[in-house]
Design a protein around this ligand. Structure first.
Ligand code: GDP
Length: 206
């Protein structure tokens, strides 16, 4: 499934533009620059699929990806869709941009029955920040299953990465909707990708 060609089908600025519900959806969220596009491209083994953008917060859209050959329309539903959620936490974001982000994301989390899990990406150099815990609060409130993935593990030493993994596991242990495992990845080195793929496959079968 992951190694098949994938394609972008649409950017969704608000709920009425969502594709028909059907395929199991897996969404990816994270602060801008956390390495979300890189991880999606690495997981789907396709460079340049999710754009790696240096313009934080430019797109306030849910970007939909499906295996190539499917339109995503009712007559042609794929078995799975990947949703790239707009990045958050960029500095100097006007309040209206943050409010619009929260509205779009919360509507989506609350309204999407076929959303199986959200992968929340955290930079392994920084750990959980205030913005991240606010997003985890939103996920708990919406009762959507989520799992934390630490990114850019190649930028720190393995013992430091392992320590952060344990701290993060501790930090989420009392959260209602958190999956009790934290994954460590490097898109650059290709580390930890199979563990994320395996977790995603388990999540879509639930
Ligand atoms: P996004 O804004 O979350 O989509 O982040 P990007 O995927 O565009 O990545 C932001 C920056 O981090 C880019 O310069 C990437 O090359 C870099 N980056 C992403 N993943 C990794 C990684 O695993 N290791 C290293 N060293 N750099 C990474």
């Amino acid at each position: 499934l992951f190694l098949r060609p994938w394609q972008f089908i649409k950017g969704v600025p608000s709920m009425e533009f969502l594709p028909p519900e059907g395929p199991a959806e897996i969404a990816f969220a994270g602060r801008s620059n956390v390495g979300k596009s890189s991880l999606i491209n690495a997981l789907l083994a396709q460079k340049g699929l999710a754009r790696t953008s240096n313009t934080p917060g430019r797109t306030q859209e849910l970007n939909y990806f499906v295996p190539a050959g499917h339109s995503g329309e009712m007559s042609d539903l794929p078995e799975m869709a990947v949703v790239d959620m707009p990045g958050y936490g960029f500095a100097q974001a006007p309040k209206e941009v943050v409010d619009r982000w929260t509205e779009l994301v919360f509507d989506y989390l609350r309204g999407r029955v076929t959303l199986k899990r959200v992968y929340v990406l955290i930079d392994a150099r920084h750990g959980l920040k205030k913005n991240d815990t606010e997003v985890l609060d939103l996920l708990d409130k919406a009762a959507v299953s989520y799992q934390i993935v630490l990114t850019k593990a190649d930028k720190i030493k393995p013992p430091a990465a392992e320590k952060l993994r344990h701290q993060t596991l501790q930090a989420i242990s009392k959260r209602a909707a958190a999956f009790p495992d934290v994954l460590l990845t490097s898109s650059e080195k290709g580390h930890g990708l199979d563990a994320v793929r395996a977790a995603v496959l388990t999540a879509i079968e639930r």
